[in-house]
Design a protein around this ligand. Structure first.
Ligand SMILES: *Cc1c(COP(=O)(O)O)cnc(C)c1O
Length: 396
């Protein structure tokens, strides 16, 4: 049998290996923050932001942003129902309440309408996710929130390389967070970056991320209890080397999407990530939503693809359906309101999208998927969804 195809894998060359080795030998004492500073500058320049702060993860970046904005108990923060839990968990860390809004059937991101439907006098912020490398209607979200004192926080974890109307992911809202987890387009193994423009916010974040001491403090004088959120020099050196190859990494993601699109051309019942005029999609993960009439759910498809030697992942279950949130009033309300999230989620999988994939592997994945959906699934389940199947219209 041919080699197993993983769903995600970084693309590491000699350049990254060299930089990491250099950091292991030199990034100590006076140079302990040399690579972090260079990596931060590269990202703030790239995104057109005044400040960037390198962190251990995107999760810590979202936590820091919410904490620095003073969001806490009694406040509500809107999050999309379809996303990784890292978008919403930090809302709970600060003691605020996540409110799950529905997503758009084409971008799979929040819409101004779905957000508007859940705003309340207690809404303080919205965590807007650029899902799978696509971008939501940022202009509409800004227009909705700008006069209401509601902060937009961009979760750009999946969107490096994407842009909306000529503006790069990482430049939207009051603050933006990237992830450099091993599965992401640009990786440091684990890592993240928070970007913003406001000087006061920068001061607050720098104190909070370093155990509540003032930047530059050498006397261990903690002014409040904070967190310890820093990136190591080794990670930053790896990240800087990956950043220098960013155009190549993003182009490969776009090539991989193009190979899939061509391979599925003419296959009925398959809807891929959208491609629209004023958005550059970063295509972090090529994603397929199947027409429910094919009879295949993601739970049936994932093991069937695995049997063909191909790893795939489910698109996210609605957060409001997870045990982590079940039985909370916000989750119960979301489960009856968020029709699109609940209709899309059972039928979506992410296909192998690692930047080291070649065209032959993509063709093998597309052929395996096409063969499977031309057959009936192993055990055909009754569609018990009272709302009926979601009509998939965006056939490629
Ligand atoms: C990966 C991811 C995160 C979390 O990133 P970490 O660096 O693992 O904290 C957050 N949000 C989304 C949408 C992600 O895909």
């Amino acid at each position: 049998m041919s080699e197993r195809i993983p769903v995600a894998r970084p693309w590491i060359t000699e350049h990254e290996v060299h930089r990491a080795a250099e950091a292991a030998a030199t990034a100590w004492h006076d140079r302990a923050y040399y690579y972090q500073a260079a990596f931060e500058r590269a990202f703030s320049d790239h995104c057109g932001r005044r400040y960037a702060v390198a962190l251990p993860s995107c999760t810590s970046g979202l936590h820091l942003a919410l904490a620095a904005l003073g969001i806490g108990p009694g406040d509500e923060v809107v999050v999309p129902d379809i996303t990784w839990i890292a978008s919403s968990a930090p809302v709970s860390y600060v003691g605020a309440t996540p409110v799950f809004a529905d997503v758009d059937p084409a971008s799979w991101c929040l819409t101004p309408e779905s957000v508007d439907a859940v705003l309340s006098p207690r809404t303080r912020a919205i965590v807007v996710v650029d899902l799978y490398g696509d971008m939501p209607d940022w202009d509409g979200l800004h227009a909705l929130t700008k006069d209401r004192g509601i902060a937009l926080i961009e979760d750009a974890a999946e969107a490096v390389g994407a842009s909306y109307r000529g503006r790069r992911a990482g430049s939207f809202g009051i603050a933006s967070a990237f992830s450099f987890h091993g599965s992401k387009t640009l990786t440091t193994g684990e890592g993240g970056m928070l970007l913003y423009d406001d000087e006061g916010l920068n001061d607050r974040c720098l104190r909070l991320r370093d155990h509540g001491r003032a930047p530059g403090d050498t006397m261990f004088c903690n002014e409040e209890v904070g967190f310890k959120y820093r990136m190591s020099g080794l990670q930053a050196a790896l990240g800087l080397a990956q950043f220098e190859r960013l155009p190549e990494l993003v182009k490969r993601k776009q090539d991989i999407f193009g190979w899939y699109r061509d391979a599925f051309a003419g296959t009925a019942g398959i809807c891929l990530n959208r491609t629209v005029a004023d958005i550059v999609n970063g295509y972090w993960m090529v994603t397929v939503i199947l027409d429910p009439r094919l009879g295949w759910t993601k739970e049936q498809l994932i093991p069937a693809m695995k049997a063909e030697g191909i790893d795939t992942r489910p698109i996210f279950y609605p957060l409001s359906s997870l045990r982590a949130y079940a039985e909370t009033p916000a989750a119960r309300a979301a489960a009856t309101r968020n029709a699109v999230a609940y209709r899309l989620s059972p039928y979506g999988i992410n296909l192998p999208s690692g930047p080291d994939l070649d065209r032959a592997s993509v063709l093998r994945v597309a052929e395996a998927l096409t063969d499977l959906i031309n057959k009936l699934p192993p055990e055909r389940k009754q569609n018990n969804d009272a709302r009926g199947p979601w009509p998939v219209t965006g056939v490629v």
